[in-house]
Design a protein around this ligand. Structure first.
Ligand code: CP3
Length: 344
């Protein structure tokens, strides 16, 4: 078995004792670092960067070297799964992702393929292999995928939205189509995560970024059953489920077959521990906007967070991805504060 020099993240995920709280940041690969922007410039576009294994590996490792985080997360996007299923996306500067074709009918769902990761997503798997080689065991590598519901949002809406009302409309007006689509995404995602693990990912995280737009009832029907399938299928490495805004589903999340639950900053820590139970590691949940504050404020807020979570069964992180205009020095202040206050 692979020997990692720093396996804090994996031990914390499995509920083993750690001498220090591990720390990483969602969306740490890219955006905030000038070193990232230089590589992205060289690649040409986001998609050219993400599909170039050497360059994707380079920006994956940057935060480990520059920020001192305890894990790398593979540089890619959740939208590579719709693409591998036959629904390509483009990344519009200052707009975000756009799908030129969207899912409108059962015939559209039937036309979608189950992703074949070794073929359609080989560039991600190649990037993972390069990262593993270049990290040579310094820190673990996190693989990831979008939750089926969050991917359905983009595949029906065609682009980002505050409400995803078009996608939500489908849940109410066409449950048969919705479930058929969710199942195809789920089948693709399981194959994809297993391929990432075979290529070297040490833990995988499921991002349900739009969980919070659903009612508790709809969440139980349209998201949790599919996340459950994924958690049950992934037995090789620890699994983290991060469902942004799903405060109403914390008790059920405690019953998922996964090791780690991610919290956003709206979720009270003590209440979350109680609802989720002692058998899960918690991850989160600093408001990314704290990183706009002074060093004193960042240290202060980080200390408050750590005091609330405690030092075991805990992975320090933000409550969502780091914002692109965050000063890397402030990020380093956060990482260093966790290392200082989070030691036993
Ligand atoms: O975490 C990491 O550092 C790894 C890389 C990563 C990216 N996207 C790279 C990226 C990860 C884990 C994601 C996940 C992702 N992508 C999510 C779930 C997490 C979350 O933030 O809720 C979602 C919803 C997407 C879809 C997506 N990709 C959007 C809405 C956008 C545009 C807005 C934005 O966040 O920048 C992207 C583009 C994207 N994905 C960029 C990066 C570095 C920016 C593209 C660029 O470099 O111009």
């Amino acid at each position: 078995m692979e020997k990692l020099q720093n396996d804090l993240l994996l031990r914390a995920a499995r509920g083993e004792q750690t001498e220090r709280i591990p720390v990483w940041m969602m969306r740490q690969a890219g955006r905030i670092l000038p070193e990232y922007r230089a590589v992205r410039e060289k690649a040409g576009s986001f998609i050219q960067l993400a599909t170039n294994p050497e360059l994707a590996a380079e920006v994956t490792i940057q935060p480990v070297d520059i920020l001192g985080v305890d894990a790398a997360i593979i540089f890619s996007d959740i939208l590579v799964i719709p693409e591998a299923m036959g629904l390509p996306y483009i990344m519009e500067e200052r707009v975000g992702p756009i799908f030129p074709n969207i899912i409108q009918s059962m015939a559209d769902v039937e036309k979608l393929r189950i992703a074949d990761p070794e073929h359609d997503l080989k560039y991600v798997l190649d990037a993972i292999k390069i990262v593993k080689k270049e990290l040579s065991g310094r820190v673990p590598l996190i693989g990831f995928a979008g939750a089926p519901f969050t991917l359905l949002c983009y595949m029906i809406e065609g682009r980002g939205s505050k409400t995803f009302s078009k996608a939500k409309k489908a849940l109410y007006t066409d449950p048969v189509l919705s479930h058929a689509l969710l199942q195809k995404i789920t089948d693709s995602t399981i194959l994809y995560l297993k391929a990432q693990i075979a290529a070297g990912a040490n833990l995988v995280q499921i991002f349900d970024s739009w969980a919070g737009i659903l009612s508790p009832e709809q969440y139980r029907i349209y998201s949790l059953p599919y996340i459950t399938q994924i958690c049950d299928a992934i037995t090789e490495v620890p699994v983290t489920v991060f469902a942004k805004g799903a405060f109403f589903a914390r008790e059920e999340m405690g019953k998922l077959n996964c090791e780690v639950i991610g919290l956003d900053w709206n979720m009270d820590v003590a209440e979350s521990r109680k609802l989720i139970g002692g058998n899960k590691t918690l991850q989160g949940n600093l408001d990314p906007c704290v990183l706009y504050g002074s060093f004193d404020e960042i240290r202060n807020q980080t200390k408050i967070m750590i005091d609330a979570f405690g030092k075991q069964r805990y992975i320090a992180n933000l409550g969502h991805g780091v914002y692109p205009d965050t000063n890397p020095d402030n990020v380093r202040c956060f990482i260093d504060a966790v290392k200082e206050f989070g030691s036993r």
